[in-house]
Design a protein around this ligand. Sequence first.
Ligand SMILES: NC(=O)c1ccc[n+]([C@@H]2O[C@H](COP(=O)([O-])OP(=O)(O)OC[C@H]3O[C@@H](n4cnc5c(N)ncnc54)[C@H](OP(=O)(O)O)[C@@H]3O)[C@@H](O)[C@H]2O)c1
Length: 307
Amino acid sequence: MTILVTGASGNTGRRVVDRLVAAGRRVRAMTRDPQSVPPRVGVEVVRGDFRRPETWPAVLDGVERIYLFPFVEVDGEPGGGFVDLAVGAGVRRFVVHSAAAAGFESADAPDDPQISALRRHLAEERSAHRAVERMVEASGAEWTHVRPGLLAVGALNWADRIRSRQVVRAPYASAGFPWVHEADVADVAAAALLGDGHLGAAHTLTGPAKVSQAEQVAAIGAAIGLDLRFEELTPEQARDQWLADGYDRGTADWLIELLAAAVDGPDLLPPTDTYQRITGRPARTFAQWAVDHADDFRPTARTGGVA
Ligand SMILES: NC(=O)c1ccc[n+]([C@@H]2O[C@H](COP(=O)([O-])OP(=O)(O)OC[C@H]3O[C@@H](n4cnc5c(N)ncnc54)[C@H](OP(=O)(O)O)[C@@H]3O)[C@@H](O)[C@H]2O)c1
């Protein structure tokens, strides 16, 4: 049985490939750039692009199960016929890399100009990810949704400033979330691809506990053996910084609102015990994530060029 991993060069997808290979499965890795997936025994790397339907038949040939990267993010709109074509080609199971937002209850319409930037973002995320989930649910194939909360890899946005200046400048030092390690997402996705105990389930995954931004910076400092500074900005200073970094105004505003809402309750995204229930092991901590990514933060000659 061949298992197709889409997004196979990504943070999560490449770890899904590792777990399937370790389980002795035949894996097809889809990427737009075959050079980005290292060659290895048991993995057939195939060029494929969600935006180019002419690449899909070769990608799907002989595949029975799929780890489906959230192509809503790359395509701007769901669909494009990939799921239907896959089922027609013989695919019997999808494991959808979705997002916790898909499980949020909300009556907000993404295009309502009256709602806040944060609520608009959540409504957009929810409807985009649910659209892919629904498509898979309606396909007649087996399905499992893996819905990560905020990914710890978001902290890589700090890497340039940590490498060059050993500082993080952001608003709301005490704002935090139960950041989820991408390795946990990959573990659960692989379990759902390989075993039969997850059919029809939607698994919302988080890290084990809320970790504030100041604690994240301390954990990264401990992982690389340096005292890092957290410089707290006012929301206005943060907006100016992010606009100078190239973010658009809407993104800067929702980030500010997201962090303001995460200083204390009510929590948008409380920790779940899903990972522990599924694997029997505690979810990886942010401190573990920082150790796993220490090389991304160590000062090097590369300074990143940000102020
Ligand atoms: N950020 C968060 O906190 C958060 C929370 C919940 C869910 N999510 C979801 O998780 C995703 C990020 O996961 P990640 O960090 O594992 O991914 P990632 O490292 O950002 O990888 C992106 C992947 O998308 C693939 N891709 C991009 N455009 C493509 C196209 N046109 N056709 C086919 N493949 C394409 C890339 O493959 P190639 O470049 O090799 O083609 C790459 O493997 C987000 O997209 C979001 O929907 C994020």
